[in-house]
Ligand binder design. Structure first.
Ligand code: TYD
Ligand code: MG
Length: 445
């Protein structure tokens, strides 16, 4: 049977359409001939009482990279299917080759199925990384059925598939990388993982538009979805769990790309803070939360007179809409004018912040640059700012403060609502504010 499948979102239609009614993409529907084979009905299972189910002790494979273990929730679970998505060239193959090396050395054989690179290319990368374990076996193949055939009786502990867009299942006639191929191959690999108890990691490329027949349509099939991201120029990479059946989501891991591969950054706060210790107008250190871990980052604002009729609002690492809103609040509540000023905002280190606790730091950075007055040294700021200028409490205040004091900060500006609930309220260190006027009076004016 022939169907037309949207290559962006997986929407199916019996007729061709110029525009996908589901995601609105133009020219994204492609004809795919599916196999008309009926699936066999599965063997009937008797319902089991929850009490009868025995809990087996969960074993997890450590990956040798502490940051990855943390994102996974303690390590790789045997029999699980993990999807690792990310831009081309970000370091997915590098990460998994390092993981393959550690698992092969400590747990058993690892198979690396590559439809993307030749064995020679992988060998070259392995040499660069200093990986030479004999227990890693390469399969250079794009036909998934054939690849699963050549796996020996003795099951590997890990199978890496690099990448899901390059392999195909021979029963389907559509091209590798199309939605139906990607989905079919994933379903087959899921069956393989569950039946054999082998951990399978899939690599999926993200395209500029989000995803071409890739990770998005697979997210519901797999156990864990990880995204690997980072700026092209910067050396650090962030690994994010978007879905995890074996741990919490929103957990992040930070890595640095070095000439010997990826290295976990166990102290990200120190990594993201600039070296400058004296105070500079427009620079504010914010204690933010990524997943469950506190990270200190520096927010920098530059406010300067504009020659333009419509002033510029440029923001890197922070939502531009929210920046415009915070500038408007400052204008209204603190009487600082921005209508004739260009605003540039930058989060140092290339981190992207989208957590409400960053608001107060942005507000103080704007005011500090506008008034050319720096904050007192070693001051950390966090809090959400509402439209009426009130400063609202945020989650995990204690963790944020602990991280800041650990790194040598000795003053904090935080929501009064948070300060009240702290066990140790020491007023000379902690300045609780109700609204942004109070924060400005205390630190900038
Ligand atoms: P790669 O893992 O091939 O990316 P992906 O599989 O996500 O497409 O990594 C590509 C980049 O990483 C490449 O530009 C070179 C760089 N790199 C290093 O900086 N150090 C290393 O040790 C390795 C192996 C790669
Ligand atoms: Mg690759």
């Amino acid at each position: 049977m022939t169907r037309f499948v949207c290559q962006q979102c997986g929407y199916q239609n019996l007729k061709w359409l110029g525009r996908c009614p589901n995601c609105g993409g133009w020219g994204t529907l492609v004809e795919e001939k599916g196999s008309a084979k009926q699936k066999k009905s599965p063997a009937v299972q008797r319902p089991v009482s929850l009490q009868e189910i025995e809990q087996n002790v969960e074993t997890r494979f450590k990956t040798g990279l502490s940051e990855l273990d943390q994102v996974l929730g303690g390590g790789l679970v045997p029999g699980s299917l993990v999807l690792l998505g990310g831009d081309p060239g970000i370091g997915k193959s590098t990460l998994l080759l390092q993981v393959a090396d550690y698992l092969a050395q400590n747990y058993g054989p690892v198979y690396y199925l590559s439809g993307e690179e030749s064995n020679q290319q992988i060998k070259l990368r392995a040499e660069r990384l200093g990986v030479s374990t004999p227990e890693i076996f390469l399969i250079s193949e794009t036909n998934l059925a054939a690849a699963l055939e050549v796996l020996p009786e003795e099951r590997p502990v890990l199978l890496v598939v690099d990448s899901i867009q390059t392999i195909f299942w021979p029963d389907l006639t559509s091209a590798p990388g199309s939605v139906s191929q990607v989905r079919e191959c994933t379903v087959r690999l899921l069956e393989f993982a569950k039946k054999e108890g082998v951990c399978v990691i899939l690599i999926g490329h993200v395209t500029k538009e989000g995803m071409l027949a890739g990770p998005r349509v697979l997210e519901h099939l797999v156990d864990t979805v990880l995204y690997f991201e980072g700026e092209r120029g910067a050396s650090f990479r962030i690994l994010r769990a978007v879905k995890n059946r074996f741990g919490s989501t929103n957990e992040i891991g930070v890595f640095e790309m070095t000439s010997q591969g990826l290295r976990p950054v166990t102290n990200p706060s120190a990594f993201f803070l600039s070296e400058v210790t004296e105070t500079v107008a427009g620079a504010v250190v914010c204690a933010t939360i990524e997943g469950t871990r506190p990270i200190l980052v520096e927010v920098q604002a530059l406010v300067t007179r504009t020659p333009l009729a419509t002033p510029r609002r440029t923001s890197v690492g922070f939502d531009p809409q929210r920046l415009a809103m915070l500038a408007a609040i400052l204008e209204k509540k603190a009487g600082l004018s921005f209508y004739d000023q260009d605003i540039y905002l930058n989060v140092v280190g290339g981190l992207k912040l989208n957590e409400p606790g960053v608001d107060l730091a942005v507000v103080l950075a704007l005011a500090s640059s506008r008034l050319e007055r720096g904050l007192p040294p070693k001051t950390v700021v966090f809090g959400e700012v509402g439209l009426t200028g009130e400063v609202r409490p945020v989650a995990m205040a204690e963790n944020r403060l602990r991280e800041a004091f650990r790194l040598g900060f000795h003053k904090a500006c935080l929501p009064e609502g948070n300060r009240q609930n702290l066990p140790n309220k020491s007023p000379n260190k902690l300045v609780g504010v109700h609204n942004l006027q109070e924060a400005l009076e205390e630190f900038v004016l």
